[in-house]
Design a protein around this ligand. Sequence first.
Ligand SMILES: Nc1nc2c(c(=O)[nH]1)N[C@H]1C(S)=C(S)[C@@H](COP(=O)(O)OP(=O)(O)OC[C@H]3O[C@@H](n4cnc5c(=O)[nH]c(N)nc54)[C@H](O)[C@@H]3O)O[C@H]1N2
Ligand SMILES: Nc1nc2c(c(=O)[nH]1)N[C@H]1C(S)=C(S)[C@@H](COP(=O)(O)OP(=O)(O)OC[C@H]3O[C@@H](n4cnc5c(=O)[nH]c(N)nc54)[C@H](O)[C@@H]3O)O[C@H]1N2
Ligand SMILES: [Mo]
Length: 719
Amino acid sequence: MTATVEPTTTPSTLKVLGACPHDCPDTCAMVITVDDGVATDVTGNKAMPYTNGGLCVKVDHYLDRVYSPDRVLYPMRRTGPKGSGEFERITWDEAITEVADRYRSIIDEHGAEAIIPCNYLGTQGILQGLNVGDPFFNKLGATVAERTYCDSGACTAYVLTMGDSAGVDPESFVHSKFILIWAANIMSTNLHLWPYIAEARRRGAKVVVVDPVRTRTAKAADWHIPIRPGTDGALAMAMMHVIINEGLTDDAYVAEHTVGIEELTERVQQYTPEWASQETGIPVEDIYALAREYATTQPSVIRIGVAVERHAGGGQTVRALACLPALVGAWRNPGGGILQLPLWAFPVNWPAFMHPELQTPGTRVVNLYQLGEALTGGLDLETPLKALFVYNSNPVVVCPDQERMVRGLMREDLFTVVSEQFMTDTADYADIVLPATTQLEQTDINFSWGHLYVTYNNQSIAPLGEAVPNTELFRRLAAAMGFEEPCFQRSDDDMIAEAFDWTAPAMEGITVESLKELGFQRLNVPSADEYAPHAEGGFPTPSGKVEFYSSGAAGGNFVVPLFRQGSNDHQPGTPVDPLPHYIAPREGRDSDLAARYPLSMLSPKAHAFINSSYANLDFHRKVQKEPALLINPEDAQERGIETGMTVRVFNDRGAFTVLAKVDPSTMPGVTVSSMGHWRKNALALATPASLNPTAFADLGNAPTFSDTLVEVEIVGGAS
Ligand SMILES: Nc1nc2c(c(=O)[nH]1)N[C@H]1C(S)=C(S)[C@@H](COP(=O)(O)OP(=O)(O)OC[C@H]3O[C@@H](n4cnc5c(=O)[nH]c(N)nc54)[C@H](O)[C@@H]3O)O[C@H]1N2
Ligand SMILES: Nc1nc2c(c(=O)[nH]1)N[C@H]1C(S)=C(S)[C@@H](COP(=O)(O)OP(=O)(O)OC[C@H]3O[C@@H](n4cnc5c(=O)[nH]c(N)nc54)[C@H](O)[C@@H]3O)O[C@H]1N2
Ligand SMILES: [Mo]
């Protein structure tokens, strides 16, 4: 079951090689010390080059999570009113039988589409993660839950432009001379990339951050460029305007490895730096300087954060950003290009985990970003939803339009099952709660979306209480429903054997056995010092080139990243403008709403939480501090707000109450309240999600969390 790495200190002490389960680009390799069956320490694995023995403030304290007295350890049935948190312990047999019986009667009465799963990435491993329930719900005939909370717009845009390339190896950043960090708070959300950026700086690189907020990453950079939320596309288009008109393009690279330079040249003429300055709030000379320095300081690299997609024009913004490196020939050398998701480098065997062939063709699709509407009659669904199955997710906190979500969850006629490690805001509304294991109690194997190593998680301790891994949960449910396909009979080891296409060139030299032994292995790709995947072009697009003019967009042929399910685009088959362009924020300065709600609200990631996970644990809450709203001194003064006052943040969708923090690190017109805090721990029982809209961005049904206008008022004096 376990792999040991060092001679044990006493016969009963084991060092087990593990891997972090979280939805984070770092995917750290871990070492778990186990004494007499009890985990006593979790550290980073020093042998792993990229994460280099480090963990983050969250997972450094993973044992607080595993052994928390608040863990859900037994199946439970609701006894009190919905949301009251009153439950009684029941057996697994009773729980599974009740779920299966209810599903059968709902299917008889309403059809299987009345059931919807709701899951995301509480655990991201290939076995226990995003797809673990897909075969079950596909076979059941349940409504297909489309999952596009994170990067689906960026992925769609990126793949349309340059194909599913892994992009720049993060370890190659040491060779970059100009590092442009765009809408990413690296020091909080991608910590292990920072040492490579710091090393590049030691070697003379300039580091620039484009972010409305002077984050800890922006503070550490050479140049912080504050930008109005959702206007990034204007800046990117204006950069291309300058680069093309001033002849800063790498003409040989453009001629050989791109499509559509003439059309792009014509397109960018309208996007002058003077216009972009008005739109973005960035001084015009800074736009010129950024474009010129980016183009002429080679190799230059752009690291795009997920946050860049979270507004009406997020997709087209990523289209523009993905064009830039080819325009200036950044791809010629290691450390030049763009880094979005190196996940594309991993030959994951997605179909073996999703089993799309079990889906009945034509089954309806509901996007989980609109779950609140779907549960409350807002989507005009022919068959109303009667059952919800939540696992690996906490929709009350992570979905928009929180008030509506809670109204949906309060429905007496909705049968809700939640598989969880903790009694989250969502679990409180369950009819049945099922206990889930943590990473130490389960086996898994991981791709990464932030580096080029496969990691393996050996199980290190026995499950606590009656908790089960997600794989076991769905084996039990499938058995109760009488599903007999071989995929429902697989053991975890059988699944590990199917996790990758082991014969793919990237997997050469990597086996299940070697991974169990080592805990991690780098894909079989060139070393970071030599990794220049597109020095000679070779982009995985239909033309083999970077498509400034995208034939896929023109023809309505969007690549659907399979693992997300659903259509992954609002109107598949509908052509989209084949050239990158600017789409202003829906709730921007010029919208009708702006008179009533003049402030933008951002809800970025919390430093000490991972999404809403850890937000219930004392240590992490202490580090993160109380929920707060950053507001610029100008905006605060207009409203008489001082630091420490209690303020109500509101719009037509809802309101939440927090402490004000008057702080010039956020630009005028922009307020910030990190996501993740739990509703039940918040003043006035609401979090920023209650203000977020359910409208999609332009591509990939991406969320629009950053496209949110609000107003702020004082409810209490400073304490
Ligand atoms: N500590 C921690 N780490 C995490 C997570 C976590 O919750 N906590 N979550 C993980 C997950 S799921 C993800 S997707 C990644 C996300 O990691 P990031 O991509 O870094 O995402 P965010 O922190 O949401 O936003 C990054 C920055 O974008 C800025 N921003 C917001 N809107 C805009 C905009 O319109 N334009 C520009 N230019 N900037 C904008 C915010 O001010 C913020 O500083 O982090 C992962 N890592
Ligand atoms: N306002 C706002 N909202 C956002 C974002 C934002 O920036 N702003 N970001 C969005 C993004 S990028 C993302 S990725 C999503 C994240 O959304 P989610 O993936 O839903 O993230 P979490 O809030 O961490 O919830 C995961 C839950 O799964 C549980 N869990 C963990 N491991 C397991 C397991 O093995 N089995 C089971 N059954 N449960 C487990 C955890 O205890 C936790 O409660 O949020 C999105 N929501
Ligand atoms: Mo995410």
